[in-house]
Design a protein around this ligand. Structure first.
Ligand code: ATP
Length: 217
């Protein structure tokens, strides 16, 4: 069985870039891709979402209108929770299947998940690598990459778990405030630390731990 590692970050901190850099050292299982797979037309999660939000949530070709859904749940936290109750358990189940499958022919498997801490994945998967940068860098990347206004940037960052909290929960932090070459060096350094990690510190549970067994946070 391969060693399984979680990878996360804040919005636009550079997680996808780090995932690409690490893809020659580990198999990557991408949570965003699984999230799209489980809501393909006809899948159970797709049916539950159509039942909850109505056919207005569909585009002409029956695929989910993600922008429409994002707009609704951004304004209605209760609906966001309902949507997550539909999607998260199914993403988790598929993630475990894929991780096990990739484990057969790789020494390391990385589960790349933007909402790793928010979805409490660190309760069944450790160690966790966090890609982090300063607030200024994050704002600048969001403006440049997504062409967001100052107000939109502030709104997006406010909706996220604060980076300081993520830093406290992570086992390793890859800093990404410099150039791409510097990022590659930071990744290499953190990877050395990962390689030196005792096997006893690895956790990969095939079922969710009961609430009572979960560490706080
Ligand atoms: P999200 O989760 O929001 O999709 P992410 O954390 O995966 O974002 P990336 O897409 O990897 O972030 O990076 C965000 C943007 O910043 C991209 O345009 C990327 O090319 C750029 N970027 C990331 N790291 C660096 C760096 N060290 N130097 C220059 N540009 C960078």
């Amino acid at each position: 069985m391969a060693k399984v590692i979680g990878l996360t970050g804040g919005i636009a901190t550079g997680k996808s870039t780090v995932s690409r850099i690490l893809s020659d050292r580990a198999a990557i299982v991408d949570a965003d891709r699984l999230a799209r797979e489980i809501v393909e037309p006809g899948q159970d999660a797709w049916r539950d979402i159509v039942e909850l939000f109505g056919r207005e949530a569909l585009r002409e070709d029956e695929t989910l209108d993600r922008a429409y859904l994002r707009g609704i749940v951004f304004k209605e936290p209760a609906l966001r929770r309902r949507l997550e109750e539909i999607t998260h358990p199914r993403i988790r189940a598929l993630a475990r299947q894929r991780i096990v499958k990739r484990s057969h022919d790789h020494d390391f498997v990385i589960y790349d998940a933007p909402l790793l801490f928010e979805a409490k994945i660190h309760h069944w998967l450790r160690p966790v690598l966090l890609v982090a940068c300063s607030r200024e860098t994050q704002e600048q990347r969001l403006r440049q990459r997504d062409g967001l206004t100052e107000a939109d940037v502030a709104r997006h960052l406010k909706a996220q778990m604060p980076m300081e909290e993520k830093r406290r929960m992570a086992d390793f932090v890859v800093e990404n405030d410099g150039t791409l070459a510097e990022l590659e060096r930071n990744v290499a350094r953190v990877w050395q630390a990962v390689l030196a990690t005792s096997p006893a510190r690895y956790i990969f549970l095939l079922t969710d731990p009961p609430e009572s067994d979960r560490p706080p946070g």
